[in-house]
Design a protein around this ligand. Structure first.
Ligand SMILES: O=C(O)CCC(=O)C(=O)O
Ligand SMILES: [Fe+2]
Length: 314
């Protein structure tokens, strides 16, 4: 197969439908690929025969770390720490879910570059997060080589603040500082996504887009494309839990950076130091197979380091 647009993930490419016949996908892989292409997300049963046992073990091991009484059916589950980042470092089941070989192989085939997980988040309740696209946090060059895999660790009810998303929003303009007319490089933001909220809301209104919620069953997973607008619905019953694991994936041979703190037009990229889940070495920032040697552009957010580097670059 020759692909004249290798700088786009296959499932994001306008050529996906014409390339599909040559990709050698199974029926299930093609179903997932087509859902991602058309809607920006895809639902599947998590491909691990031990998933239910893993989920139950994770609840036991991470539960006490959230500082909430998760056993009492009447207690408020929404107070306390609601997310644990990178539990894969000490929890073998979190690691096994994030590093699942079938998921990595699936994403590799659907994107056309090698997929690797680089971050895990474990939640006992929903995030109630505003609509956002993960691309302002985690992006790549070429862009869109990033995705999230959200795993339901129990059956989700409408009152527990289910995941929501706008189908088709993965094709909307990619949010960036240039798009909303601000500079981001070296800025000190409390929230990377707040500056973009108004623009996302305007796009939703202009498109007349309707949110969909995912009332998932335990063991189901949802893959979202890099630019899919999504978030967590309001939790109307604080007594409920909504256990989930989110794993974020990047792909080989890319530059990894945070657009919220970058001004791409000026060549100012807030590059990320990416370590793949299960590894302890850094994945280099690459462009067309070659390392990107621009250390001056690896600013920490704000602070003296960033200002000094900026001065030195003048
Ligand atoms: O689970 C949720 O409510 C949303 C999580 C999310 O947006 C993320 O992890 O990127
Ligand atoms: Fe997100």
């Amino acid at each position: 197969m020759t692909n004249p647009l290798p700088g786009l993930p296959l499932i994001e490419s306008p050529l996906f439908l014409s390339l599909l016949g040559d990709l050698g996908l199974t029926t299930e892989e093609a179903r997932i690929g087509l859902q991602l292409f058309h809607r920006g997300y895809a639902v599947m049963d998590f491909p691990d025969p031990d998933i239910h046992q893993r989920i139950d073990r994770i609840k036991g091991s991470l539960g006490p770390r959230y500082g909430v009484d998760l056993e009492d059916p009447e207690s408020d589950k929404t107070c306390g720490e609601r997310r644990i980042q990178d539990a894969w470092k000490y929890d073998g089941d979190v690691l096994a879910i994030a590093d699942n070989a079938s998921v990595k192989a699936l994403l590799t085939r659907l994107y056309g570059r090698g997929a690797f997980p680089f971050q895990t988040l474990n939640f006992p309740v929903g995030t109630q997060q505003e609509a956002h696209s993960d691309m302002v946090h985690f992006s790549s060059q070429p862009e869109k080589f990033m995705c999230g895999v959200w795993l339901a660790m129990e059956d989700v009810t409408a009152e527990a603040g289910p995941l929501f998303y706008y189908p088709g929003s993965h094709r909307w303009p990619v949010m960036s500082n240039a798009l909303i007319g601000r500079r981001g490089f070296g800025s000190q933001l409390y929230s990377a996504q707040d500056p973009f909220a108004e623009a996302w809301a305007a796009l939703v209104a202009a498109e007349g887009a309707e949110r969909e919620v995912f009332l998932a069953r335990k063991g189901q997973a949802l893959i979202w494309c890099a630019n899919l607008l999504h978030g967590g619905s309001a939790q109307t019953d604080p007594r409920q839990t909504r256990w989930s694991q989110v794993t974020h994936y990047y792909f080989d041979d890319c530059l990894y950076y945070t657009p919220a703190y970058s001004d791409e037009v000026l060549g100012s990229f807030d590059l990320r130091r990416i370590v793949a889940v299960g590894e302890n070495r850094e994945r280099p920032n690459l462009y067309l197979g070659e390392p990107v040697a621009r250390p001056g552009h690896e600013a920490r957010r704000g602070g003296l380091g960033a200002s000094l580097r900026k001065l030195l670059q003048r």
